[in-house]
Design a protein around this ligand. Structure first.
Ligand code: AP5
Ligand code: MG
Ligand code: ZN
Length: 217
């Protein structure tokens, strides 16, 4: 299966992707995580990405598409992929469709996690992420068992530089201008399913799994 998780910054894409990919055996491909890894390694791509990410802007399509198509051509993606944070523009969506079509594949399902705006800013200001395995925590909704440490791997938790209120507002503007049109794109293609992302983390997860399993039969 080729599945996309769509939703605004803070909707819970990363939170759900970690669980779902493990349960269904899909490769979790998160464009933001890949860019952050490139930054940490000090690569040229990482430097380019940083200059956009710190302003809350999208990294240019050309750079992003190249990175993701390279990643999804790797062997671990043969069993299926769960995309988190990509595509984010119509051009990215079209490039993805074209690349999958060349291999006789296509997107099976787009899961749209819907959360009202006011809720998103609060969630991101309370987010802490594992430096090692990227699992997101939240001081209110999903605190780690030991403060500052990842439950899963013991890694150190940190706050993302782009999770300040000012940059989050910019990311939300960018989302509504450039990414929200994908809701219409995938609805027209008969691929979109919507989930209420304001529910608790576990319930959102159950709803997502139910939709995927129904589609997989
Ligand atoms: P990226 O890393 O993808 O960030 P994002 O889309 O802004 O999304 P987030 O990771 O902030 O939110 P999420 O939905 O994963 O939420 P999470 O599960 O962590 O991208 C960063 C940047 O990279 C972009 O701004 C751009 O510059 C660049 N980039 C990336 N992809 C790109 C692309 N395709 N094209 C161009 N540029 C690109 O949850 C958030 C918080 O809420 C956590 O604390 C969590 O614990 C909590 N939470 C989760 N679910 C719930 C719930 N149900 N109830 C209560 N709290 C919850
Ligand atoms: Mg994320
Ligand atoms: Zn960890």
């Amino acid at each position: 299966m080729q599945v996309i998780l769509l939703g605004a910054p803070g909707a819970g894409k990363g939170t759900q992707a970690v669980q779902i990919s493990k349960r269904l055996g899909l490769a979790h491909i998160a464009s933001g995580d890949l860019f952050r890894q490139e930054q940490a390694s000090g690569s040229e791509l990482g430097k380019i990405a940083k200059s956009y990410m710190e302003k809350g802007q999208l990294v240019p399509d050309e750079v992003t598409v190249k990175m993701i198509l390279g990643r999804i051509s790797r062997p671990d993606c043969a069993k299926g992929i769960l995309l988190d944070g990509f595509p984010r523009t119509l051009d990215q969506a079209k490039a993805l469709d074209a690349a999958l079509a060349k291999e006789g594949k296509g997107i099976d399902l787009v899961l749209y996690i819907k959360v009202p705006n006011e809720e998103l800013i609060g969630r991101l200001s309370g987010r802490w992420i594992c430096r090692e395995c990227q699992v997101p925590y939240n001081v209110v909704a999903a605190p780690p068992k030991v403060a500052g440490k990842c439950d899963k791997c013991g890694g150190e938790l940190y706050q993302r530089a782009d999770d300040t209120e000012e940059t989050v507002r910019k990311r939300l503007d960018v989302y509504f201008a450039q990414t929200a049109p994908l809701i219409e794109y995938y609805t027209s293609a008969g691929k979109l399913a919507e989930v209420d992302g304001e529910q608790g983390i576990e319930q959102v997860g159950r709803d997502l799994i139910k939709i995927i399993e129904a589609r997989d039969k």
